[in-house]
Write a protein that binds this ligand. Structure first.
Ligand code: ACM
Ligand code: ZN
Length: 526
């Protein structure tokens, strides 16, 4: 037998039965100062999971940073008699080597056999998005997500910090966003208040923690839609300055930011300036998804803007907003991400990276965008929205999903920056549910984003579940049982029923009634 490592390394050779390295406290961990972070990561694992406290001896684990032309993040592990060598051209490569070594040490028993591993990531960006707008996850939970990302060799934490149902990021330039916008009176049919936000000190701590695990932090403030919590704090941001509470039901809301008023842009620039100072990784996600145009159609400010700018229709207004916000950030040297909703014939500027989530773009559409310079992060909702029930997206569906990347010509491939999974939280109110829905699918995702196509093999992956689950349990994570993650017909049926229940909370009827109310008061029709 060999060792099961998730994600499967590019090359792994094990000489079974050679019993080369004894796993005990009689080991010495050796490396130059620049390898300290990786050595500390290994020591923490040995102490907390294996209860091994290295105290010197003839078994040595050596960490070496060496010149290398290999892909960023690549590493080598060599296990020989009494010695383990971890080598990489980069600090994060050594860190990933440790993630692999942890799995070997965890499953090898008393001795590690002679082993040679070479490994490198398939994609440069390996992301996970956490929706803290619908439900606030306390700081300790965010740390826990970051630990989970590190175990899976992921490197971008996309932090969805604002939603109709809650604004979670403290900003001095707009204090009411959290004072008012972070509290909702209830959630659908329950009567409990829900609240919470991250202070500036929390955010600083979370970023530092993520960086210590070679993970970048990309904040998202979702505008101009999904912004009811912002409007509840500052009604002047909307078309009709209605006195709206923070949203208490799910679904797409019709009250969005007013694009006609110049003051909306001034407000946005102020909060973006602050956000740029708080998040040092130089990437900001500006949302841009799911924006109904109903208010804009009857708003005098928005209609005037359309006329002044020569915009044909309200979709032009949406693009105008996104382009202005993106241009503002780009002028500050920030890389801009947004969801891919604005397609059709008109579109936002091409030097914005699109996060592709829905099936609205054909391969040809994507390729034509690439030819004009657009880059992409791929997050196909059918495979990578890990809050979906397993009956809709099973472990195998996530594993076997083939991102568009593999259908591109070689010269186009570099425009796919990476893959990202999303954990939306409408039905994920706590960390226990988060574990259940993320795991084991996160393991499948990390083989999509790290392992090369030739190394992917669902049977081998599924056969590793025993080790994978034990490893997760040892770290305090509680995945859905394999049978739940791979439901049969009956499981699928109940999953679909369960998922339909969301429609009860989707506020469709409420939107229709509300739209009529607005029309009656302000005129116009839609
Ligand atoms: C999205 O799922 N609305 C990006
Ligand atoms: Zn307006």
């Amino acid at each position: 037998m060999g060792y099961s490592v998730i994600p499967q390394p590019a090359r792994i050779n094990v000489k079974n039965g050679t019993c080369a390295f004894k796993v005990s406290s009689f080991i010495k961990i050796v490396g130059e100062e620049s390898t300290l972070a990786a050595r500390d990561e290994l020591t923490a694992f040995l102490n907390s999971v294996l209860e091994i406290f290295p105290s010197g001896g003839e078994q040595e684990i050596h960490f070496t940073l060496a010149e290398s032309t290999d892909k960023k993040g690549s590493y080598n592990i060599s296990v020989t008699k009494n010695r383990i060598e971890l080598t990489s051209g980069s600090e994060e490569g050594l860190f990933y080597a440790v993630q692999t070594l942890k799995q070997l040490l965890f499953q090898c028993g008393e001795y590690l056999d002679e082993t040679e591993i070479y490994d490198e990531p398939e994609f440069e960006i390996r992301g996970l998005m956490l929706d803290c707008g619908r439900y606030y996850f306390p700081k300790k939970d965010v740390f826990r997500f970051i630990d989970l990302m590190a175990l899976h060799k992921l490197n971008e934490f996309h932090w969805h910090l604002s939603e109709d149902q809650g604004f979670r990021c403290q900003l001095d330039s707009a204090p009411l966003l959290t004072e008012i916008g972070s509290v909702r009176s209830h959630t659908n049919f329950n009567n409990k208040e829900h609240s919470g936000y991250y202070t500036k000190a929390d955010i600083k701590e979370i970023i530092a923690y993520a960086h210590s695990k070679y993970i970048k932090v990309i904040p998202e403030i979702d505008t101009p839609g999904h912004a009811v919590s912002m409007i509840s704090a500052y009604p002047e941001l909307s078309c009709f300055e209605r006195d709206l509470p923070v949203a208490t039901s799910w679904g797409v809301k019709h009250d969005v930011l007013c694009v006609g008023k110049e003051s909306t842009f001034e407000f946005m620039y102020r909060i973006l300036d602050e956000l740029c100072e708080m998040f040092p990784d130089g990437i900001i996600h500006i949302g841009g998804d799911e924006v109904p145009e109903t208010r804009w159609k009857i708003c005098p400010h928005c209609q005037k803007r359309m006329k002044d700018e020569g915009l044909e229709d309200e979709s032009g207004l949406h693009i105008y907003f996104l382009d202005r916000i993106a241009d503002y950030l780009k002028a500050k040297g920030i890389e801009v991400r947004m969801w891919n909703d604005r397609i059709k014939d008109k579109t936002v500027s091409y030097d914005v990276c699109w996060q592709m989530w829905n099936g609205s773009m054909s391969d040809e559409d994507v390729i034509s965008h690439m030819e004009k310079g657009r880059s992409f992060v791929l997050s196909n909702s059918a495979a990578y929205y890990l809050d979906l029930p397993y009956g809709l997206t099973s472990l195998k569906d996530t594993y076997c999903y083939e991102p568009l990347y593999y259908r591109l010509k070689n010269e186009q491939k570099s425009l796919v920056k990476g893959l990202e999974v999303c954990l939306w939280s409408e039905f994920v109110p706590d960390i226990k549910t988060a574990d259940y829905t993320l795991l084991p699918r996160l393991g499948a995702f990390c083989e999509n984003v790290w392992t090369n196509a030739a190394g992917k093999d669902f049977e081998r992956f599924y056969g590793s579940m025993k080790h994978y689950y034990r490893f997760l349990y040892a770290h305090g994570y509680y995945p859905a049982p394999p049978k739940r993650a791979m439901p049969g017909k009956v499981g699928k049926f109940f999953s679909a029923l369960y998922w339909e229940r969301r429609k009860l909370c989707w506020a469709g009827l409420q939107n229709i009634i509300d739209n009529r109310r607005v029309m009656k008061k302000y005129g116009g029709s839609f």
